[in-house]
Design a binder for this molecule. Structure first.
Ligand code: ADP
Length: 155
């Protein structure tokens, strides 16, 4: 168990569908602390880096283009084991296969237009948070309800 920070992006489909507030609210209600939040328009250059692991796929350019059709909201979320917990809440990549109750399972029908991006490992989270946030845009603040989110041996 470790207190971790992870990167979430609310994708352009989420903005177009006016779901940003609802999705942010789900993360808040689950118990993640928002340590950073900003709206940004992504570039092909940044997305080529962010999605480098998909560079050989036939849909690489299409995925990048979709991520530039509207601004995204970038979130830095913190919690115990937050990286895996956010991925579990997001559900698997293809919304059609995602279980009801997960974000993708509840809000989308698509492989590509799948509401959120979420970092998939501690190494990735560190690199991705640096890619999307300057250090001064991440806030380490004390959330008063912390003792009600976790037992004192859980962090
Ligand atoms: P995840 O976002 O679940 O970590 P990946 O890193 O494999 O998944 O892919 C990044 C994004 O690229 C996905 O969220 C999705 O938008 C898109 N994508 C991945 N695989 C496909 C696919 N087979 N068809 C369409 N879009 C895809």
């Amino acid at each position: 168990m470790a207190l971790e920070k992870t990167l979430v992006l609310l994708k352009p489909c989420t903005m177009q569908r006016s779901l940003a507030g609802e999705i942010i609210s789900l993360f808040e209600k689950k118990g993640f602390k928002i340590c950073g939040m900003k709206m940004m328009m992504l570039t092909d250059e940044l997305l080529s880096e962010h999605y480098a692991h998909l560079a050989s796929k036939p849909f690489f350019q299409r995925v990048k283009d979709a991520m530039m059709t509207a601004p995204v909201v970038a979130l830095c979320l913190e919690g115990v084991d937050a990286i895996a917990a956010v991925r579990a809440l997001a559900g698997p990549t293809n919304g059609r296969n995602a279980a009801p109750g997960t974000i993708r399972g509840s809000y989308c029908m698509s492989f590509q237009e799948n509401i959120v991006h979420a970092s998939d490992s501690p190494e990735t989270a560190e690199v991705e948070l640096r890619r999307f946030f300057r250090p001064e845009e991440i806030f380490d603040w004390n959330q008063a309800i912390f003792p009600y989110l976790y037992a004192n041996d859980e962090f």
